[in-house]
Design a protein around this ligand. Structure first.
Ligand SMILES: [Zn+2]
Length: 281
């Protein structure tokens, strides 16, 4: 069995209207700013795949620099999100505690470049780092900063390999790319939360472990097909949630969103999505 580890890099809280999108379109995207209701403190996970071809890390979690987000000039970072993380909770020190040094990590794959996913990049100077080409374009430079990304916090050496998903479908996903020679770790296109968002699938002994990034904030929202308060395009985001539901109906799937408080427990027990409750859940 391939070992997949969850590493919790601190916690985050956001507005309820970001987790559960309200209305459609621009109204849905502005709702978090008007919402005064915070979520509980949610985990932010990074994932480690202990693969025979080399260790793969999916997302790098939060960095202690995010504690300054309240001083940011960006309205989202300043008002709509809060982080808790100390230096020892960053992904690097936690990997070292597992006996994994910086040179042991072959590949780092980012689902997207939001600040709580790229915050630990500095711990991987020796790894090949893969980012969807379009996501990189969206996040870099001043245009990226205006969109709420923090390219100014990327390490000076940061020069990721642009990842182009090919038009080769994988299951219900229209575009994909194998990340290992064995073909059992696959990046799949899951556009919605960001236009070029991707997820990473680990096929392990008949079970599909789905490292979802922010396709939804938890499993219930995915099953309900409820778009979050961030996604730019309602239809695109809905189609991705539908594809994940379809996947889970056709093969045993452990669904692991970055911020779902139950993700780590589901990974440990290999608890698969059970859609028998249907949309009522
Ligand atoms: Zn995000």
């Amino acid at each position: 069995m391939m070992k997949v580890h969850a590493i919790q890099t601190g916690t985050v809280r956001i507005k309820s209207a970001q987790v559960e999108g309200r209305g459609r379109g621009l109204r849905r995207r502005l709702a978090p700013f008007a919402d005064r209701q915070w979520t509980e403190w949610l985990p932010t996970y990074a994932w480690v795949i202990d693969h025979p071809e080399g260790i793969i890390v999916v997302d790098t979690g939060q960095g202690a620099h995010l504690l300054d987000s309240g001083k940011s000039l960006h309205p989202y970072l300043r008002w709509e999100v809060a982080f808790r993380v100390d230096a020892e909770e960053e992904v690097g020190p936690q990997l070292r505690a597992l006996g994994v040094g910086p040179r042991d990590v072959k590949q780092v794959v980012l689902t997207h470049l939001h600040v709580d996913h790229d915050g630990g990049l500095g711990h991987f100077p020796h790894s090949e780092i893969l980012v969807a080409r379009g996501e990189l374009r969206t996040a870099r430079g001043w245009a990226g900063r205006l969109r709420g990304y923090l390219p100014n916090r990327w390490p000076s050496w940061f020069s990721p390999v642009p990842l182009d998903l090919t038009a080769e479908p994988w299951g219900p996903f229209a575009a994909s790319r194998r990340l290992t020679k064995a073909g059992n770790v696959i990046a799949v296109a899951t556009p919605g939360h960001t236009a070029d968002h991707l997820s990473v699938v680990v096929e392990d002994e008949g079970t599909t472990v789905f490292l979802a990034g922010d396709t939804s904030y938890n499993e219930q929202r995915m099953l309900a097909g409820q778009v979050d308060g961030v996604s730019a395009n309602d239809d695109l985001a809905s189609a991705t949630l539908d594809a994940i539901k379809h996947l889970a109906r056709t093969r045993p799937t452990v669904y692991l969103p970055t911020h779902d408080p139950e993700s780590a427990g589901r990974l440990t027990s290999r608890r698969v999505v059970d859609d028998s409750g249907g949309a009522a859940r």
